[in-house]
Every structure is written in structure tokens, then in C-alpha cells.
Design a protein around this ligand. Structure first.
Ligand code: N01
Length: 549
């Protein structure tokens, strides 16, 4: 569809809200809130945030499933831009759950008076670039239209729920839910026969909590998964004091690290460490719990033999924990290297299979044939169910962007531009879509990083870029094709230097969505390295971008 001729006055007359802004931001999660603050309060721009939910929080607004918790540690899962904010906020647990994260984000929104520039309940239907006026025309489902010079998507990487197209779901007489669209009033499982499909990070968090109240829980596992104990618990006053006294140091470590966590990867090889010592180190990491396990050795993600040592350690733990050998064998039959998929952390996941009211069904051996009015039928049995929980993940990284009708120069749709995969420059911009910035887009470290660290870097880079444009009277920015081609090569090379592409069914590759191009989407070269690349690009006068008046 070609862009229609632009009539700003008519648009503003017709619009139900103020029509024109310097910048429109889509989404009011971690990214959108900070982007609003930076553009409005630091640069003095007029900004509107459009948010589909009726509150702030992004992923945490929607993901309220049982057991939901952040897998980054709370003292690093937060903003660092304001010393006052860091001083006054106190996390209560090692891994916060949605209520505490939502309290935090509401606190941030209120403290910086952000809500007055957020329009809630606003679903962005389309965003079309008007070349003549150099403006983005954004329409909501409610029929509102707004314009802005800059359009910034802050839609998160995991917001587009993947509800698999399983035959017969419409005939199911019980209730069903997707974990990423969880009812805010909660779901009462007591006395119910529950079927859970999916054993990724979400399913691994949800199953133990559902099993506590359900009459019976049947977990349908397609791909077995590694998991390490989270070891969640309340933060001690001593730790809270440590965090307050070391805020700057903790921030510096998160910025220097590969994954944005408050620790560095140990400088020792699993293969070169004598087996007894290596075993002791894994035991120690298992006791400490959490994603730090992955950082125990430097070669886990680059050398298959090194990775095998971690994989075998976890498989042995599964066999130790799970009493029924047949169930343990199914849980330990993992087909990818450790951490090649996002590594889950859990609270009593494997222990849950020792409960009398929990059954594991291996749907790789006996696939789901259909959902019936009574439950789920696999190739060899029917499981009567009252509730089905889809813990089946998301159309990651590109889903939330492509479900909006985004069109650039000449009416080119983003879906068409990305038909072969999300080609872009630095995960920030796409040629043909001037002044459109993505926060934590595909091609950036995003989901391979502790998200707030990635988000702050992106938002600050975008803010500095817009400030630069305004200082120099520049009106348009977009990457050139060569820069995009080169970046795509670098993203591929970074992934191929690791074991990440060895997980063939990973959502990092888009493999969970039928028909989605198989492209490794996040940048795997490390957050610290990526930060430097972006800073160098800016320092070299935005090398690879075309800036024009
Ligand atoms: O989704 P997933 P998730 N039939 O895609 C299975 C973040 N997160 O929601 O592996 C049967 O990882 C699928 O099986 P398979 C985190 O980044 C963060 O768990 O494709 N099964 C898999 O087992 C994470 O990586 C936190 O064979 C089907 C599962 O469903 C990301 O969200 C907490 C199926 C999906 O796993 C996504 O995790 C939770 C089908 N048709 C999540 N389709 C934090 O703590 C899919 N599956 C921050």
C-alpha cells in the first residue's frame, strides 16, 4: 500500500488526542518508560507512549502465571540511571516476581511523573512513514491517529504469545490459558486435572506451583530441558546493605560482562580443569544456584566437549533427584548443549516429578494428535483434563513488531523487508524505515543479556543519536544497505562462534513458529563488545547510517 498524501492539519483536527509529537514510543515496559524519560526530560521533546495494557510493566503486566519470576537477580534487574532511585528502592527477594517488579516499575513511572505521557489501552494497529512530510503516521485500533518525527518500538522481545495450532482446541470443554496472557484474577487449580504443554523457562517455573494445588498435573514434554536451582529467597539486610554501598561497582560489572549480569565469566576452561576439581566447582555452582552456573567456566558455550561436562553434571542431578528411573530418563534425554537454549532456573522442578499427582508425557515419542472435548489425545492415550496451560512461548523478537502494520518508504512493509529474516543494522534500524528505532530489536544482544542492561544501553544510544541530529539540524537517519549486510554477517558469525545454533528447535532461531525464517536473531558477541561497537559507530559520526537534513 502506498503512503497517502499527508495533511497534518486535517489529521490533528480529526484526531481524538493531541496529534503530533516529536517522538512516539510503543510500549510502556522497562524500555518505553526509560525512553520516555530520556527524550522528554533530558532532551525536552514532546513524547507520547502508546501502551496496549491498562498499566505499565510490559512483559510483567502479562506474564502473571503461577511461579513467574525473573531469572536475573533483583539487584541487577533494575535501572541504574538515577542514583536516587537506586538508593531508595529495596528488593525483597533474590528473584523478584511480577507483583514486586510491577511495584518497581510503577514506582519509577510515578517518581518521574511518566504516566501523564502514557496513553494506556492503546493498541497500535499501523505505523506508516510519510516520506513527503518525514513523519510517522501511527493509527490505533480505536481509530486514533498521531504523527511523530521519530517512532521508537519498545515492544519487548517476548510479547507475542505462541498458541500452537493443535487440532480440536476449539472443541475443548474445559478452560485453557497461555502463560503470557494470564488472567489477572489468577486461576484456581484446586481439584482440577491440569495439562501443561511446554517445558521451557516458563513451564519449568509453572509446573511446581500448579502441582501444589491441582488434583493432577500432566506435563507434556516435547523437548527435555536443563535447569539449575534458582535458590530463591529473601535478601538479607547484609546483602541489601552491600547492594547500596556498591551500586556503582555492581553497575560497572554488569556493563563489562558478556550477559549483563553482576558477575564476570570465570577465566578457566572446563576441559583444562582436573575432573575432581571441575566436579567440585559444578557442585558449588549448583548450591549457589541461578545463571551464575553458566559462568563457572569460560569454554561452556564455545566448546562442545567442555559443554558436555556441564550437560552431564546436570543430567546426573536429574537422575539423582527424580526417583522413577523411566521419568528421570525422559527428563534427562536432552538433545542440545547446555545453555544453547535459554537456560532455565527453577524451584523444585525435577522434584515435582516425585509427586503422586504429577505425570510426565513424552510427546516426542507419543505426539499429541488432537485436543478433544475431554482433554488431550496423544498417539497412544487420552488424558482427561479440566484445564490446559500453554507454556508454549512466544513468536520471539520479531513477532511483536510484525503484528503491527509497519511500512516505510514507498509503502514497503517491515514484514516484506524481513521476509528472509530480520535484516537490520545494530538491531537498531532498518534501511527504508527512516527515524524508526527499535529498542532491543533482533540483531542486538537483548535476550542474551540481562534485559535492563541491554535496554539502558539502547535507549541511551537512541537518545544521544536524536540529540546529535537536533544539534546538527539533521532530520532523517537510516542505515545504508552495506552496513546492514555487514551487520547481518557479524550477527551470524557471532552466533556461529558459539554452540547456540546447535539447539535446532530454539526460539532464538525462530524454529518454534511454523514458516518463520530460520535465522539466529540475537547478537551473541556479548553485551560489552556490542556496547563498544555502538559507541564507536556514534563516535565515527554514525558510520553506516545516512543522516540528512
Ligand atoms: O517459551 P520457550 P518460554 N507442542 O519457547 C514447547 C523468557 N522467560 O515461555 O522445545 C508441544 O522457551 C516447546 O517445545 P520445543 C526466557 O527468555 C523469562 O518457556 O519447541 N510443545 C518448549 O518446551 C525464555 O527463554 C523468564 O520442542 C510445544 C515450550 O513449549 C522465554 O521467555 C521466565 C509446542 C516453549 O518454550 C520463553 O520461554 C520465563 C507444541 N506445538 C520465560 N510449541 C524470566 O525469568 C511449543 N512447545 C525472565
Amino acid at each position: 500500500m502506498a503512503t497517502t498524501s499527508f495533511d497534518k492539519k486535517a489529521l490533528e483536527r480529526d484526531a481524538r488526542v493531541d496529534g503530533h509529537f516529536d517522538a512516539l514510543v510503543i510500549g510502556a515496559g522497562f524500555s518505553g518508560l526509560y525512553q520516555l524519560y530520556c527524550l522528554r526530560d533530558r532532551l525536552g521533546l514532546s513524547v507520547k507512549v502508546l501502551e496496549v495494557a491498562d498499566g505499565v510493566g510490559g512483559t510483567w503486566y502479562w506474564n502473571r502465571y503461577p511461579g513467574a519470576r525473573c531469572d536475573s537477580e533483583s539487584h541487577s534487574y533494575c535501572y541504574t540511571f538515577s542514583e536516587e532511585l537506586s538508593r531508595e528502592w529495596e528488593w525483597s527477594e533474590r528473584y523478584p516476581g511480577p507483583p514486586e517488579i510491577l511495584r518497581y516499575l510503577n514506582h519509577v513511572a510515578d517518581r518521574f511523573d511518566l504516566k501523564r505521557d502514557i496513553q494506556f489501552n492503546s493498541h497500535v494497529k499501523s505505523a506508516h512513514y510519510d516520506e513527503t512530510a518525514n513523519l510517522w503516521r501511527v493509527a490505533t485500533n480505536a481509530g486514533e491517529q498521531m504523527t511523530a518525527q521519530f517512532l521508537i518500538t519498545a515492544v519487548g522481545c517476548l510479547s507475542s504469545a505462541n498458541i500452537p495450532n493443535i487440532r480440536g482446541l476449539d472443541t475443548f470443554e474445559g478452560r485453557w490459558y497461555h502463560t503470557g496472557q494470564w488472567p489477572h484474577e489468577g486461576v484456581d487449580f484446586s481439584g482440577k486435572r491440569v495439562g501443561q504443554i511446554g517445558t521451557g523457562s516458563t513451564g519449568i517455573q509453572a509446573a511446581p506451583v500448579i502441582a501444589e494445588t491441582a488434583a493432577h498435573l500432566t506435563v507434556f514434554q516435547r523437548t527435555a530441558n536443563y535447569s539449575v536451582p534458582a535458590r530463591n529467597g529473601p535478601l538479607t539486610p547484609a546483602f541489601q546493605r552491600y547492594v547500596k554501598e556498591n551500586t556503582a561497582e555492581i553497575r560497572n560489572v554488569t556493563r563489562a560482562s558478556v550477559n549483563g549480569h553482576p558477575w564476570l565469566i570465570e577465566d578457566r576452561s572446563a576441559l583444562e580443569t582436573p575432573p575432581a576439581e571441575r566436579q567440585a566447582l559444578y557442585e558449588k555452582a549448583w548450591e549457589i544456584g541461578g545463571l551464575r552456573f553458566r559462568a563457572m567456566f569460560s569454554d561452556l558455550l564455545v566448546d562442545k566437549k567442555a559443554n558436555d561436562t556441564a550437560a552431564e553434571f546436570i543430567r546426573n542431578k536429574i537422575r539423582e533427584i527424580v526417583k522413577d528411573p523411566a521419568t528421570a530418563a525422559k527428563l534427562a534425554d536432552i538433545d542440545h548443549p547446555y545453555a544453547a537454549k535459554r537456560p532455565p532456573i527453577d524451584t523444585d522442578y525435577f522434584e515435582t516429578f516425585n509427586r503422586d499427582n504429577v505425570t510426565l508425557v513424552d510427546i516426542r515419542a507419543t505426539p499429541i494428535e488432537r485436543i478433544t472435548p475431554r482433554g488431550i489425545r496423544t498417539s497412544d492415550a487420552e488424558y482427561p483434563l479440566d484445564i490446559i496451560v500453554f507454556a508454549t512461548g512466544f513468536d520471539g523478537m520479531t513477532g511483536s513488531l510484525l503484528r503491527m502494520d509497519i511500512r516505510g518508504r514507498g509503502g514497503l512493509s517491515l514484514a516484506k523487508a524481513w521476509a528472509a529474516g530480520p535484516r537490520n543494522y545494530l538491531g537498531l534500524q532498518v534501511a527504508g524505515f527512516p527515524n524508526l528505532f527499535m529498542v532491543t530489536g533482533p540483531g542486538s544482544p537483548s535476550v542474551l543479556c540481562n534485559m535492563p542492561v541491554a535496554i539502558e544501553q539502547h535507549v541511551e544510544w537512541i537518545t544521544d543519536c536524536i540529540a546529535h541530529m537536533r544539534q546538527h539540524g539533521l532530520k532523517r537517519i537510516e542505515p545504508n544497505d552495506e552496513a546492514m549486510d555487514s551487520w547481518v554477517e557479524q550477527v551470524n558469525a557471532a552466533a556461529n562462534a558459539t554452540l547456540l545454533p546447535d539447539a535446532k528447535h530454539s526460539w532464538y532461531l525462530g524454529a518454534n513458529i511454523p514458516g518463520k525464517p530460520r535465522v539466529f536473531m540475537p547478537y551473541a558477541g556479548g553485551m560489552a563488545h556490542y556496547r563498544k561497537i555502538c559507541a564507536d559507530v556514534a563516535a565515527r559520526d554514525y558510520e553506516g547510517f545516512k543522516l540528512s537534513t
